[in-house]
Design a protein around this ligand. Structure first.
Ligand code: FAD
Ligand code: DHB
Length: 391
């Protein structure tokens, strides 16, 4: 089997890359370990930056997104018994976020690729990228019981944090930076109308809580829990009670509850591998970097990476120029590190830390007061949250 760009992983990064390359007349094959049904049902991120929405709309993927996506012009920070609104319309005029589930983006991308005759092979195993330090890379894999080789000009490692592409790069090439956090998020998807029009990020001595949503009928919640938390120790009644305790802290606000559709623990980690390239292997999205979800950035960063990569590959196919390909890692890492800082900062600002003494807690509270009370500090949060245009 032969293609121009061999892509490992049918998450947002791999699928969007395949779509962007197709629009530039470049052929690709996507190899995915799981089934189509599995990747379309995997509940993850929900907040799209303005730039991500613009990319999806400009490349013909805006139909359902513009119809069903919920455009939000602000978020709420809730602490100390009060609500504080970060008003995007005032702080970053013309920019907003759109709440649209990652699995909806994935569904739209898969449908677009298949309609255009794109090749996505689901349920492949034994994926083995080789030869990417030469001009003739290839990817070995098994599909429907048959061992095959995909020959290509480039390999895009879009296979997430636990994929095979990053580990296939020889030892000593990459420098990895990471942070583990002393907590995880317990996420719940529930069939209940949102209790608030906008997202609520709640700081509480009991721990952080987030109220988000997917549609006028479905809400999404997260609770800060221990890093090794067992979902089984959180029956629905305990989950709702804890969510109430952390969110019902302002007068007159009540949490609506309903049937739980899904409950899952997500670990919190920061990670960056540098550079994001070795020879003809390019890493994109979670394969190269992870952020804690507090800033809602993982999916957006993946989309940014593949936008840069698609443009660089298009330049190479147009006239053999390597300038943009050589700049790929540096261009992405500038944004990656800005987002690393923002995500770490939001996480530190909003979570409860076990080891904190009275001094640490007062510093944290002062920081929260400053972020909400100062127009400059609010604008800084807002411009990072909706997505910086210039990095
Ligand atoms: P992925 O979505 O991980 O896609 C990688 C794909 O590669 C997967 O389909 C995988 O099956 C496939 N793959 C892996 N290994 C192989 C292999 N060997 N062979 C073939 N295919 C392979 N971000 C937020 O902003 N907010 C959130 O609330 C949030 N929640 C999250 C919850 C969880 C449990 C996780 C894991 C992530 C969450 N994220 C969140 C992060 C966000 O979802 C990711 O940043 C985003 O999915 C990155 O897209 P990606 O395409 O790079 O990687
Ligand atoms: C969602 C996830 C996030 O990590 C976040 O910061 C905001 C919203 C969500 O899944 O809706």
């Amino acid at each position: 089997m032969r293609t121009q760009v061999g892509i490992v992983g049918a998450g947002p990064a791999g699928l969007l890359l395949s779509h962007l390359l197709h629009l530039r007349g470049i052929d690709s094959v996507v190899l995915e370990a799981h089934s189509r049904d599995y990747v379309q049902k995997r509940v993850r991120a929900g907040v799209l930056e303005q730039g991500t929405v613009d990319t999806l709309v400009a490349t013909g993927l805006g139909d359902r997104l513009l119809r069903e996506g919920l455009v939000h012009h602000g978020i709420e920070l809730r602490f100390g018994g009060q609500s504080h609104r970060i008003a995007f319309e005032k702080l970053v005029p013309g920019r907003a976020i759109t709440v649209y589930g990652q699995q909806e983006v994935v569904k739209d991308l898969i449908a677009a690729r298949i309609a255009a005759g794109g090749r996505i092979l689901f349920e492949v195993s034994g994926v083995a990228p080789t030869g990417f330090d030469t001009a003739h890379p290839s990817i070995g894999f098994t599909h429907a019981g048959l061992r095959q080789t995909l020959e290509c000009d480039f390999i895009a490692g879009c296979d997430g944090f636990h994929g095979v592409c990053r580990p296939a790069i020889p030892d000593g090439v990459l420098t990895c930076y990471d942070r583990e956090y002393p907590f995880a998020w317990l996420g719940v998807l529930a069939e209940v109308p949102p209790s608030s029009e906008e997202l609520i990020y709640a700081h509480n001595d009991r721990g952080f809580a987030l109220h988000s949503m997917r549609s006028p009928e479905v809400s999404r919640f997260y609770l800060q829990v221990a890093p090794d938390e067992d979902v089984a120790s959180w029956p629905d009644e305990r989950y709702w009670a804890e969510l109430r305790a952390r969110l019902e802290t302002v007068p007159g606000w009540h949490l609506r509850t309903g049937p739980v559709l899904e409950k899952v623990v997500a670990p919190m980690r920061s990670f960056v591998a540098e550079p994001m390239r070795y020879g003809r292997m390019y890493l994109a999205g979670d394969a190269a970097h992870i952020v804690p979800p507090t800033g809602a950035k993982g999916l957006n960063l993946a989309a940014f990476d593949v936008g840069v990569l698609a443009q660089a590959l298009a330049a190479w196919y147009a006239d053999g120029s390597t300038g943009l390909l050589d700049a790929y890692s540096g261009t992405c890492l500038r944004r990656v590190w800005r987002v690393q800082h923002f995500s770490w900062w939001m996480t530190t600002l909003l979570h409860a830390f076990d080891g904190y003494d009275g001094y640490d807690r007062r510093l944290q509270r002062s920081h929260l007061d400053y972020v909400c009370g100062s127009a400059a500090a609010s604008a800084s949060l807002a411009e990072n949250y909706v997505g910086l245009a210039h990095v």
